[in-house]
Design a protein. Structure first.
Length: 152
């Protein structure tokens, strides 16, 4: 299966191309990403109906990563992944930037990701209750008194 064009002019809609190149699972997801400004064509924000031509440069932001791609082929149909990979070429600068960002995330992970999410477990709840019910350590009145009426 070779990449084919949707029409005789050699152009395909941007949302359809992103779907065919397997960057998004559905055309509606690709269209939504374009509307949110996560996709730029030749450095400009675009609409989902914009036509893509071979040689165009796409800046695509998916999650924390930004990819810079050069369109190599056109296809209006979603095919297997090896065929979809022939539709574009990622620039060397983009590959380097993504690998550096991945290494940075590996070395210094986001602190918020280490926090457990959601409701506490039964064990966590019991530990919290034990902490609340425990007598305070080193209470003020245990050893010292703040009153002036002490015996002399």
């Amino acid at each position: 299966m070779k990449p084919d064009t949707d029409n005789a002019t050699g152009k395909v809609r941007l949302d359809k191309w992103l779907w065919a190149a397997r960057f998004y699972k559905t055309r509606s997801l690709s269209s939504e990403a374009i509307d949110k400004g996560h996709v730029r064509l030749n450095g400009l924000p675009v609409k989902p109906s914009r036509d893509v031509k071979p040689g165009d440069t796409l800046e695509l932001r998916i999650g924390p990563d930004t990819r810079t791609l050069v369109v190599k082929g056109l296809s209006g149909v979603r095919g297997p992944a090896p065929v979809a990979a022939l539709l574009y070429e990622e620039t060397a600068a983009s590959l380097l930037q993504r690998s550096q960002a991945a290494e940075q995330r590996r070395l210094a992970p986001e602190p918020a990701h280490s926090q457990p999410m959601g409701r506490p477990t039964k064990r966590d709840r019991r530990q919290l209750e034990d902490l609340r019910d425990a007598p305070p350590r080193g209470e003020w009145n245990e050893r010292w008194s703040a009153s002036l009426d002490d015996e002399e």
